[in-house]
Design a protein around this ligand. Structure first.
Ligand code: C2E
Ligand code: CA
Ligand code: CA
Ligand code: CA
Length: 277
C-alpha cells in the first residue's frame, strides 16, 4: 500500500514497475501457492431452460494470496500462461473437478463439470493422453467432462489445436466455445470445429435488456447454434427478464448470478441440497 509520510495516498495508481513486480511474484510463487492450498476451485451451477434442472457446474479457479489478498483469474491466469505454467494450472483444476464429480457419482448424482482451457493446452500434444489418464484414475465417464475454449484460443494456431480437439472429442469429452460472439466467430469456422456447445458471451447477455443490437446478437447465436445442432448456453444471466427472454428464444442452458454466483465446494453442497429439498 502506498503511503506518503505515513498517510495513505488516495486514488493511488500502481506504476508499470509495480505491476511488473506483482506479476513476477505471482508467477514465481504459483507452484508453491498450489502446494500451500492458496489456490482453490469454485463452482458455478448451470441450469436447463425452462426446466431449471442443474445440468452441470463450471470450475473457476481462485487464488487467495497471503500478501495481495484475493487475486482474480483474469489477472493471474494470463501471467501463468505467459510463464508457460498453464499445464500445471489446468491439471490442478481438472483433478479437483474430477474428484468432485467422482464423489457426486458415489452419492448417486450425475453432474457434469466444465473446465476452462488455455491456448497453451491446445499446443500440448500430450494433453489428450493426460486427460484420458485423469478420467481413468478418477473413474469419471468422459461425457461428464466439458472443456470450454475461447475462439481466439483455437484460432491462434488452428493447425495445432484441431488435432488435439478432435482427440479430446474422440474420448467423448464435451467441447464448448466460450465467450462466443467476441472473436472471429463465423458459421464456416464453427462448422469446422468438433464442438457440441456455444456459450454466448456475457457482455451480450448483460446488455440485451437495454441494447437492441445485443439482443439481436443473442438471438442470432441461438439460431445459428441450433441450426448447427449445438447446445446453446448463456452466461451472465443476472435478471429474471434476461432468463425469460432467453427461454422464449429457445436457449438451452443458463448460467449467471441470478441462478448462483460461483461457490466454494462447501457452499455449493448447501446450494444443491436446498434445491432438492
Ligand atoms: P469465463 O470462462 O468467461 O468465466 C465466466 C466469468 O464470468 C467468471 O469470472 C464468473 O465468475 C463470471 N460470471 C458468472 N456469472 C456472471 C454474471 O451473472 N454476471 C457477471 N458480470 N459475471 C458473471 P471469473 O471467475 O473471475 O473468471 C474470469 C475468467 O478467468 C474466466 O472467464 C476464464 O477465462 C478464466 N478462468 C477462470 N478459471 C480458470 C481456469 O481454471 N483455467 C483457465 N485457463 N482460465 C480460467
Ligand atoms: Ca468459461
Ligand atoms: Ca465466458
Ligand atoms: Ca471470459
Amino acid at each position: 500500500r502506498a503511503t506518503r509520510g505515513g498517510e495513505e495516498v488516495r486514488g493511488y495508481v500502481p506504476s508499470m514497475g509495480q505491476i511488473f513486480l506483482r506479476r513476477f511474484q505471482m508467477v514465481t510463487q504459483f507452484r508453491q501457492a498450489l502446494e500451500d492450498g492458496q489456490v482453490s476451485v469454485h463452482y458455478q451451477p448451470k441450469v436447463s431452460l425452462p426446466g431449471k434442472q442443474v445440468v452441470g457446474v463450471e470450475a473457476l479457479v481462485r487464488w487467495q494470496h497471503p500478501e495481495f489478498g484475493r487475486v482474480d483469474p483474469d489477472e493471474f491466469v494470463p501471467a501463468v500462461e505467459a510463464a508457460g505454467l498453464v499445464g500445471v494450472l489446468t491439471s490442478f483444476v481438472l483433478e479437483m473437478a474430477l474428484d468432485r464429480v467422482r464423489r457426486w457419482l458415489d452419492e448417486g448424482l450425475r453432474i457434469s463439470v466444465a473446465v476452462n482451457l488455455s491456448v497453451r493446452n491446445l499446443a500440448d500434444e500430450d494433453f489428450p493422453a493426460k486427460v484420458a489418464d485423469a478420467l481413468a484414475r478418477f473413474g469419471v465417464p468422459a461425457e461428464l467432462l466439458t472443456f470450454e475454449l475461447t475462439e481466439s484460443g483455437v484460432m491462434a494456431d488452428p493447425a495445432r489445436a484441431l488435432p488435439i480437439l478432435r482427440e479430446l472429442h474422440g474420448l467423448g469429452i464435451v467441447l464448448a466455445v466460450d465467450d462466443f460472439g467476441t472473436g472471429y466467430s463465423s458459421l464456416a469456422y464453427l462448422r469446422q470445429l468438433p464442438v457440441d456447445q456455444v456459450k454466448i458471451d456475457k457482455s451480450f447477455v448483460l446488455g440485451m435488456g437495454t441494447d437492441l443490437s445485443d439482443l439481436a446478437v443473442v438471438r442470432s447465436i441461438v439460431e445459428l447454434g441450433h441450426s448447427l445442432g449445438l447446445t446453446v448456453v448463456a452466461e451472465g444471466v443476472e435478471e429474471d427478464v434476461a432468463r425469460d427472454q432467453l427461454e422464449a428464444m429457445g436457449c438451452d442452458v443458463a448460467q449467471g448470478y441470478l441462478i448462483s454466483r460461483p461457490l466454494s465446494e462447501e457452499r455449493l453442497e448447501a446450494w444443491l441440497l436446498a434445491r432438492t429439498a
